[in-house]
Design a binder for this molecule. Sequence first.
Ligand code: NI
Length: 393
Amino acid sequence: MQSSDIISQSREIHEWIVEKRRAIHRHPELMYEEFETSRLVQNTLSELGIEYEKDIAVTGVVGLVGNGEGPCIALRADMDALPIHEEADVEFRSEIDGKMHACGHDCHTAMLLGAARVLKDNESEINGTIKLIFQPAEEGGAGGKMMREQGVLEDPDVERIFGLHVSDKLPTGTLASKEGTLLAATSSIRILVSGNGGHAAMPHLTVDPVVTGSKIVVELQTLVSRELDPLESGVISITMVNAGSATNVIPSSMELQGTIRSLTSDGITRLQHRVREVAEGIAMANRCMAEVTFPGNDFPPTVNDGECWELGKISAGEILGEECVSEMGSIMGGEDFSYYTQVIPGCFSFLGVGNPEIGAVYGVHHPKFKVDEDALSLGTAIHVNTAFKALAG
Ligand code: NI
């Protein structure tokens, strides 16, 4: 299929894609609860006459277009929202208090539905099979891992996988990515500091977990600044601190939670090891106990295959214009797309949705996060062009 036809056919269904996006945006659902979103995806695929499998990793859906034979490639979108209360001034605001599509996964799902439609309309030209993966729980739930474990990359075996993520940092009409490590490996941390509570006026009769926990927070910062090679990247952020409920009571325990980031899985393991040693050591020196756990899922780094990025770059360039596709540096965000690229080559890229003229300037995970919807049919066209190019080898 010619890229000019892909552009015009994607543009023709622009309003349809926007409608899908807005419908999903109004009803955000958190990880593994994407039942309505999943139903919308299933209904749309049914209307388009696309076969699909559902209930993979709880709410995941995989559609199949093409001739059912090899080669097979996959396009992936995520469907979950965040526990954020929306403050964006859009007419299709979230109708659910405290939940919002603040990471653009509504756009990802809608763009992939757009691609499903264009691909189905041109199915006779597809030399192979395209899997359309709609996955749950990217935001810390490792839905990608569960999808992979439930076999979405098999039968037929997926040779290469591609994904897009919207970015407010890039203007609409542009795309960026890179070969190699694009996104960080991540791990969450939980440290429970236990002491012995009592009256705040008699600290000598207590073992104060608040002072000890505070020392741990400060000391952990030196792991990155004093132990890591300055040319390597790492982050330790303690983001949640919980202790006490009265001004005159020293509590018995303090809970610290946060995240660790590194560009390599080894780096994460090293930081985890040192976080444990430092927390336990400081606790012991202060007569407390520290219980260190790394709950939830550790995401591996998202590593793009060189050839897949070459292909992604050319495909996006034909849609957006070569000058609108650029190389970027690695960033410390995490992505569970990494669970796919751990086992097969793939490429994850950022699609610009930033536009100061309409107030699309807030970052992802911000309550005022807004996207320039003009980018949606471009994302659809890039998906389709990438799929055709990937199948052509
Ligand atoms: Ni996201």
